[in-house]
Design a protein around this ligand. Structure first.
Ligand code: 4AD
Ligand code: MG
Length: 435
């Protein structure tokens, strides 16, 4: 097949109004009338409607146009014009049409399909407009994450994926064989960022993390991406402030760059996102428990919040909010203790309203060596795997704090979708390893 290498990407089509151009893409929709064919072509950067008029093109081309099938790859040539009525806002009067490769019986049709059917065909499902919008929003959030930390003097330091120890507890650890010893897939880069903070002051990592989550919920993936800043000489209050400003920035960038996709393709109520302005309401765990009980919602002090508890709490706010100082007993081994109340940890979560719940978790780290050694033992962790981590408290220990934000939780919240599985290109779930 002959390919014209001077083709135009559809997102640049506005620069070519009135000109003859070549477009390449896939047939999204083909509507055949008596004398006209309306073919909506998408190339991933946009969509354009091509019009083929019987009598104005030769019979062979008319036949090709009439028989176009969904997702065939094609090349079109013709003059483009802005047209408000056309999907995408542009229309091409096509004079040439080549089928680069046909698509026969494309499985995903405009009718409704079940979630499992679509997930089995995730490699094709990504082409549909809603999934395309989610890919764009995820990409923008990834860029915004780097922009935010770069502009504040942070250095990105990559954490390893193979690790010798747990970070967030042993119940969700993926184990793998590593040349005769055991290795674990990283649950969090945090411990490494603590080392990095002593090297660069303000560090962050951003990469895949793994949790063998046995529960099937719409908020848990077994592989997800987490961004984790860690700051030397920072405390819990500093982290709440950083988390709030970061959250506001990410939501703001999404709205700024993707209002059309959010309102149009995803049907998101953007006014809810526009309320995301720091500082957020903050309440202690103690207060949160009191409020839950006052709202008639049974919750006992000492437990971790489940999804219904988070949703109930969130009903009082129209914005994200922060809960701080959770009981130390339900938090990881590295958490600092509240000097005012030894039962409490210097921890915080940022929760989103509208049923989305926890998006950020973090806090101030314990900096005392003896305390950490005791905690490792208490949590049943192997002390030999933490020798390097204890070194950070042996050689110039320093107060420090950080947090982790789950990228898919943020994509899900910003986009207003229900389930995290659509917020990552190829989701990994308890019962799903493919495609
Ligand atoms: O609250 P988590 O477990 O905190 C940590 O891992 C800390 N070490 C982070 C730190 O302080 N550097 O996880 C942080 C965030 C959660 O708030 C949530 O957004 C996301 O990671 N997350 C998950 N996202 C998808 N699927 C899962 N199974 C997740 N588990 C946590
Ligand atoms: Mg958490």
């Amino acid at each position: 097949m002959a390919i014209d290498h001077l083709h135009t990407w559809i997102h640049e089509i506005a620069d070519h109004a009135g000109e003859e151009v070549t477009l390449r893409g896939w047939v999204q929709k083909n509507r055949v009338m008596k004398k006209l064919v309306f073919c909506v072509v998408r190339d991933g950067t946009g969509i354009c409607q091509a019009v083929i008029t019987r009598g104005e093109v030769d019979d062979a081309m008319w036949e090709r146009a009439v028989s176009l099938t969904q997702e065939s790859s094609i090349e079109l040539r013709g003059i483009v014009q802005a047209d408000q009525r056309a999907p995408g806002g542009y229309e091409m009067q096509a004079r040439e049409l080549q089928v680069l490769s046909p698509s026969v019986d494309y499985p995903i049709t405009p009718k409704e399909h079940g979630a499992e059917f679509l997930l089995d065909r995730r490699h094709l499902w990504l082409r549909s407009s809603k999934q395309h919008a989610l890919l764009k929003i995820r990409h923008t959030l990834e860029r915004a994450i780097h922009d935010f930390f770069h502009s504040r003097g942070f250095t990105q330091v990559d954490a390893p994926i193979f690790t010798p120890n747990a970070c967030e507890g042993t119940t969700t650890l993926f184990e793998t064989e590593y040349f005769g010893q055991k290795a674990y897939l990283s649950q969090s880069g945090q411990l490494y960022m603590e080392a990095a903070a002593a090297a660069v002051g303000k560090a962050y990592c951003f990469g895949p993390t793994f949790r063998a989550e046995k529960s099937k919920t719409r908020r848990h993936l077994t592989e997800f991406w987490m961004v984790e800043p860690e700051v030397a000489f920072a405390d819990l209050d500093d982290m709440m402030q950083l988390a709030e400003e970061f959250f506001e920035y990410l939501v703001g960038r999404s709205v700024e760059e993707h209002r059309d996709l959010l309102e149009g393709t995803l049907d998101r109520d953007v006014s809810m996102l526009e309320k995301v302005v720091a500082p957020f309401p903050r309440l202690s765990y103690d207060d949160a428990v009191r409020q839950l009980n006052a709202l008639g919602h049974d919750f006992e002090w000492g437990g971790d919040f489940g999804s219904p508890d988070e949703t109930k709490l969130a009903e009082q706010f129209d914005r994200p909010f922060v809960v701080h100082r959770f009981p130390a007993a339900i938090k990881a081994f590295y958490m600092g203790r509240d000097p005012q109340d030894e039962r409490l940890s210097l921890s915080m979560d940022v929760l989103a309203p509208e049923g989305y719940g926890e998006i950020i978790g973090g806090g101030e780290r314990a900096s005392d060596l003896a305390y950490l050694e005791a905690q490792v033992e208490k949590h049943g962790l192997p002390p030999e795997a933490f020798g390097w981590y204890f070194d950070l408290r042996r050689y110039g220990s320093f107060p420090h704090a950080g947090f982790g934000l789950g990228l898919e939780r943020m994509v899900t919240y910003v986009s207003g979708i229900r389930h995290l599985r659509e917020a990552i290109p190829f989701p990994r779930l308890i019962h799903r390893l493919g495609p």
